[in-house]
Design a protein around this ligand. Structure first.
Ligand code: NAD
Ligand code: ZN
Length: 251
């Protein structure tokens, strides 16, 4: 750790220690150390795949083309993907009544697997698939196959991963509770998100407008860094969260 890091880490930990309503807002970067690549940034998936495959209308009308890509992105590694230290520390902070809630853009369920219970999954959950005809839910992913589009065992309808596709609305209840939590925060902790996907990317602005201090962890600068971030910690979340944790006073 260099001296710049140490000063800022101490400052940020004192802000966290004084926080009364700390909310974490996470993106794909927090899961990078679990082996799930983000969309954007270094090694981002959009360098390799066409985002059209995650467009709802495209998926519904071309499932045979879109499904193998979706499978490659989200499902081939799911069964052996585990939470990393970043997820684990946020889960402990919630248990210690230090962190109120996590709003996550991730669809990998890793916060929940790490033990966090107060999680708002803003973009849904890829670990289940929903029938587009009868709403039947599939939660056992072991039968998923790259070369076979997923179909409902009850009615034969096409199954859709239960996350928000491009071109799909965020459910109103999720949207409202996320923006309410952001507005209540006195410390808003932005971790591993590029800030490019709306409307989720408006949450930090909402927190800031309502008086929150914005702390950010990212490998690279995001759209927030030179704009609304008060304290920027540059680096990997799986390294910086344990480091910050070691400076915190927790009972
Ligand atoms: P993004 O791909 O747009 O940006 C990822 C950000 O994380 C970048 O700013 C990058 O610099 C940063 N980053 C990369 N590795 C990091 C690390 N180790 N530590 C800290 N930061 C790191 O992701 P986004 O902003 O979350 O938005 C895109 C959408 O992508 C989300 O809505 C989400 O649904 C979807 N997505 C989810 C997953 C997942 O569930 N794990 C994976 C890929 C994409
Ligand atoms: Zn069905």
């Amino acid at each position: 750790m260099n001296s710049f890091h140490e000063d800022i880490i101490k400052k940020v930990s004192s802000i966290l220690n004084a926080g009364k309503y700390i909310v974490a807002f996470t993106g794909a970067g927090i899961s990078a150390e679990s082996g799930i690549p983000p969309f954007r940034g270094q090694d981002g998936l959009w360098n390799k795949y066409d985002p059209v495959n995650l467009n709802l209308n495209y998926y519904l009308s071309n499932p045979r083309k879109a499904w193998p890509v979706i499978y490659d992105i989200f499902y081939h590694h799911f069964t052996d993907t585990l939470p990393n230290q970043g997820h684990t520390i946020l889960a402990r902070w919630e248990k210690n009544k230090f962190l109120k809630t996590i709003i996550t853009q991730n669809i990998d369920n890793l916060h929940q697997l790490a033990g966090s219970s107060s999680v708002i999954p803003f973009h849904g959950n890829a670990r289940q698939l929903l029938c587009t005809k009868c709403n039947n839910l599939l939660t056992d992913l072991k039968y998923l196959n790259k070369n076979q589009i997923p179909v409902c065992q009850k009615c034969g309808g096409l199954l859709k991963p239960d996350f928000v596709f491009f071109g799909e609305e965020i459910p109103a209840s999720v949207l409202n509770s996320a923006f309410e939590e952001a507005a209540k925060a006195d410390v808003f902790f932005v971790i591993g998100t590029s800030g490019e996907v709306g409307p989720a990317n408006q949450l930090p602005q909402t927190a800031k407008r309502n008086g929150a201090v914005i702390i950010e962890i990212n490998l690279d600068k995001s759209l927030y860094t030179n704009n609304i971030t008060d304290y920027f910690l540059q680096g990997k979340s799986a390294f910086l969260l344990p480091l910050l944790d070691s400076f915190l006073i927790q009972t």
